[in-house]
Design a protein. Sequence first.
Lengths: 293, 191
Amino acid sequence: MALQGLEIRRSSASLRGGGTGLRKMPTVAKYIDTTICIGCKACEVACQEWNDLPNAHTAQTGTYQTLPTMTANFWNLIKFREVETPEHGLQWLMRKDQCMHCDEPGCLEACPAPGAIVQYVNGIVDVDPERCIGCGLCETGCPFDVPRYAQGTNKMAKCTLCVDRVSVGLEPACIKACPTGCLQFGDKASLVELAKHRVDQLQADGFAQAAYYDPQGVGGTGVITVLKHGDHPEWYGLPKDPTVPTTVSVWKRVIHPIGFIAMAAAVFGAIGHFMAFGPKKPKDTSKESGGEV
Amino acid sequence: MKRRTFLKGSAAAVGGAVALGFDLRQARAEMRELKIARTTETRSTCPYCSVSCGVIIHTLGDKSKNVKPSVVHVEGDPDHPINRGTLCPKGITLRDDIVSPSRLTVPQVRRPGSDTWERISWDQAISEIARHVKDTRDRTFVAKNAKGEVVNRAPGMGIIGGCTDTNEFNFLMLKAIAGLGIPYRDTQARV
């Protein structure tokens, strides 16, 4: 099979992991400015259209939010949240929620299927349905509750950051659609600059707590979110200090190798024993029993 | 150790390693191909609201003689001065509107008193509309107002333009409608 597309930086459960490591590309990212998002959901629809996902069945639950959570065929969801505090009064906060494309992805760490979850050199975290075994372990590694599983096949599906578009030089579908310009796409370094500039503006406008969300607990994310209340990311449904769960990293980095070595030692020990001493021969019992048949 | 034993042992070791989860295949990157790589691109205008965003319609095939084209994707036109590539959530569903089985593609009429839509030909539709225009104009024509001044107007009708109508089309439409004396007229002259 020919090597095609972007080179891989990391690959789940693979000893040889990625590619040559020679090719360097800028890490791409999405920029979400929640302060100018109007909640129009053009990004949601653009995602559905581009990825040929069937329409989701919706129900009125007293909110503008399309669905209660993301689903296997709905990867991009505007979360509408009402937060009431004495100091700020009632806040109606909306944020585009999707895969965060972490630099150190917990899903990839947790995944036991070789090559099912990959990280390309440009930072995009993607899932290969052909190699996904539908075990559901990626969910345990994700601090943002992103992985969803397709009905029937149980294979994981999530935002791919439109890797098919990005790899040929186009922007992701959601970014292109956004009519207010609250979504931007580019290499991460320049988007961090943009986020800093926007935070300065917001702070000058009286939002002293404004900040951008790029949590270092997962090595930074491929989605930079500008928040008016940067001291309370949980108001937007974002974990305050996300990390890959210790159980996952202990399991994959300590227990798994130890178990692997133990099993390999057992196999090699058995082979060595066989070669050194040969097969175990049954005791010759014919003499003791007097040779009767 | 005999050579045969060594080979057996090696084979067992490799087999064991593969069974234990070593992946000996080359890691490779494969992703979805760009679905619009060789589609035919057609510039058009979103038909919904009066903002008149520019869209690009991606059609399957390269217009070859033996290809029956179908619309596979619609997205914003980055060269269009109004939307510069963006689209609203309604506009971005245009593909579904175009391929929808319930899309209206032929003239239909619901006669007075009827509860069903009747399919008619374009010729019939145009001649029936012309008949209605003539009859309505004759019935409601006002040649002179209360002061006796000549006004020649037909206030029984009105016309409104569509958002995909071009300036030139709107110019001609207003000329024609003004010629009939219809005073209630509006365009969405933005394209």
